[in-house]
Design a protein around this ligand. Sequence first.
Ligand SMILES: [Zn+2]
Length: 128
Amino acid sequence: MKQKIRAFFYGRNGADTLSKAILYPALLLLLAGAFFDAGWLKYSLYFLAVAGLVYSYFRIFSRNLYKRQNENRVFREFFKIMRLKWRDRKTYRYYRCPKCREWMRVPRGRGSITITCRVCRFRFEKIS
Ligand SMILES: [Zn+2]
């Protein structure tokens, strides 16, 4: 039995961060729906919950690892930048290179500055 489960999951994406980030709120919505009487609110909560569950399980069982891992990477990168922006909100500003989309951190309160991208050497002006 254990061998069969392992064989089934071989080559599949599995429960990554993005799948869990969709699955857990979907389960909460499913629970929340139980507290409402039948009506549009209950059915919309159930609809959202089921849509989240279906998408989450689609991601977990998907064999297109390249696409799923790329989605997961973009999702994790977004929250990583949000966390850094919040942590450094008083001392630094974050900008994206308009050419290569790389994130850069510059000190706050220096007025108008020219930023040189450390990856592609592209220069652009921003107010820090
Ligand atoms: Zn760049």
